[in-house]
Design a binder for this molecule. Structure first.
Ligand SMILES: Nc1ncnc2c1ncn2[C@@H]1O[C@H](COP(=O)(O)OP(=O)(O)O)[C@@H](O)[C@H]1O
Ligand SMILES: [Mg+2]
Length: 358
C-alpha cells in the first residue's frame, strides 16, 4: 500500500499536454481542475467504506479534447479497480448479460456486477442515447452503478437534458437525465477550436494506409487507394446473428458494403459492433449527397463511424460529393457533426482537386 499518492499530482494534465506538444485552453483547464480533485478523492478513499467520490460528466462539441482529458485522467489515476469502455461497447455487453439473467429479480445489478467486477471507477467515452428503448435501461444501469459505489466519468456531445434529442421520445430520457444531473458534476468543455479539424495537415499519400475519402470514386481513384472494384459474383450475404446483410465483397478480413444496404436497413449499433469485430478493412460505397440521405440512415452511419473509430478499423468511403457537402444538411441528425469531425481525418481524393501524385 506504500506510495498510493504517487503518480497523482495536480500537474497530470499540463504534463500530458506538454508531452503531446500543446497547451490546455481555459475550458480544458477548468475541467482538468475538477478531474484533479476527483483523482485526489479516489486515491484518498481507497479501501475505505465511504461513499463513492462524485463523478464527472464532460460534455461539449466535437474535437474539444473531452476524450483526451478523460483518457489522461483514466491512465494517470493510480488505482487498479478501473475500467474504461466505449459506451456502445458497454451497452452491448450489458444487453447480453441482462438477457441471460432477465428472469431474475435484480438482473440489471447482476449484469453490472459481472461486467465491472470490483471496479470503483468507470469511464465511458461517448455517452449517447438514440434508441428510445435504451433510455429506461440506461437509467437503471446508471442507478445501479451508483448504488454499487462506482464513480462514473463520462464524455458526451450532449448535456444530460439533451440526450435522446428526438422530440417524439425526449420525455423518456428524463429519469436518466435527472440521475446524471443529481449524481455527477456536469462540466462543459467548449473551447473555441475543434482541435481535430485544426490538426488536419496537407495529408501525405502514406496516410491512405489508414483509409480515405474518395469522390466520386472513379476506377483511377480507387486504384490509387489500392481498392479493386468488386465483381458482381463477389456479392454475398454476411450473417449478423440470426439475420444477414448484403456485402458487395468479402475478401479475407476486408469487407465492402454499399451505404444503402448497411445504413438504410434495420441494423443497430450492436450489429455494427459485431461486424467491426469481424472485419478489419472497410469500404463503404454509395454515400449519397445530403439531399437524398434519410435522417435514420444518417444516424446509423454516424453510429457505424463511431464503432469503426473505436475499433480502429481502416475505412474507405466512396461518396457522391465532397465530405463537407455530404454531411451537411438541416435534416441530418446532430451526431453527424461528430462524424464529420472524425472523417475529416481521412485523406480525401476528390474530383477537381486531387492529392498530389507521388
Ligand atoms: N489544447 C489542445 N491543443 C491542441 N490539440 C489538442 C488540445 N486538446 C486536445 N487536443 C487534440 O485534439 C484531438 C481531439 O481531441 P478529442 O479528445 O478526441 O476531442 P473530443 O473527445 O472532444 O471530440 C486529439 O488528437 C487531442 O490530442
Ligand atoms: Mg471524444
Amino acid at each position: 500500500m506504500a506510495g498510493i499518492h504517487r503518480g497523482w499530482t495536480p500537474e497530470v494534465f499540463e504534463a500530458a499536454a506538454r508531452t503531446a506538444g500543446f497547451e490546455l485552453d481555459a475550458s480544458q483547464s477548468a475541467a482538468a481542475a475538477r478531474l484533479v480533485q476527483l483523482g485526489h478523492e479516489i486515491v484518498r478513499r481507497r479501501g475505505l467504506f465511504g461513499s463513492a467520490p462524485r463523478g464527472v460528466y464532460v460534455w461539449g462539441p466535437v474535437g474539444r479534447g473531452k476524450s483526451w482529458l478523460t483518457d489522461t485522467f483514466y491512465s494517470a489515476v493510480p488505482i487498479t479497480g478501473k475500467r474504461r469502455m466505449h459506451f456502445h461497447e458497454f451497452f452491448r455487453e450489458f444487453h447480453t448479460r441482462y438477457a441471460t439473467h432477465r428472469h431474475e429479480k435484480h438482473a440489471g445489478d447482476r449484469a453490472v456486477r459481472e461486467l465491472l467486477g470490483d471496479s470503483r471507477l468507470v469511464c465511458f467515452d461517448e455517452f449517447h442515447v438514440h434508441d428510445p428503448g435504451d433510455a429506461t435501461i440506461m437509467a437503471r444501469v446508471v442507478q445501479s452503478l451508483l448504488a454499487q459505489r462506482i464513480t462514473l466519468v463520462a464524455t458526451s456531445n450532449y448535456p444530460p437534458t439533451g440526450l435522446l434529442p428526438n422530440p417524439l421520445f425526449h420525455h423518456l430520457i428524463e429519469p436518466l437525465a435527472a440521475t446524471l444531473q443529481n449524481s455527477l458534476d456536469v462540466v462543459e468543455v467548449a473551447g473555441p477550436r475543434d482541435y481535430r479539424r485544426a490538426r488536419r495537415p496537407g495529408t501525405p499519400a502514406a496516410e491512405f494506409e489508414r483509409g480515405g475519402y474518395l469522390w466520386p470514386g472513379t476506377d483511377a481513384q480507387l486504384a490509387r487507394a489500392g481498392l479493386a472494384p468488386p465483381a458482381p459474383a463477389e456479392r454475398q450475404r454476411v450473417r449478423i446473428g440470426a439475420r444477414a446483410v448484403t456485402a458487395r465483397a468479402v475478401r479475407g478480413d476486408a469487407v465492402w458494403f454499399d451505404f444503402t444496404d448497411l445504413c438504410d436497413g434495420p441494423y443497430s449499433t450492436i450489429d455494427y459492433l459485431s461486424l467491426a469485430d469481424r472485419f478489419r478493412d472497410w469500404t463503404l460505397s454509395g454515400l449519397p449527397a445530403p439531399a437524398t440521405t434519410g435522417r435514420d440512415a444518417a444516424q446509423r452511419f454516424a453510429n457505424l463511424v463511431d464503432v469503426l473509430c473505436d475499433r480502429d478499423r481502416r475505412l474507405y468511403l466512396v461518396a457522391a460529393a465532397p465530405l463537407t457537402e455530404c454531411l451537411t444538411g438541416d435534416h441530418l441528425p446532430p451526431d453527424i457533426r461528430r462524424t464529420a469531425s472524425r472523417l475529416a481525418l481521412l485523406p480525401e481524393i476528390g474530383a477537381p482537386v486531387a492529392v498530389a501524385d507521388q
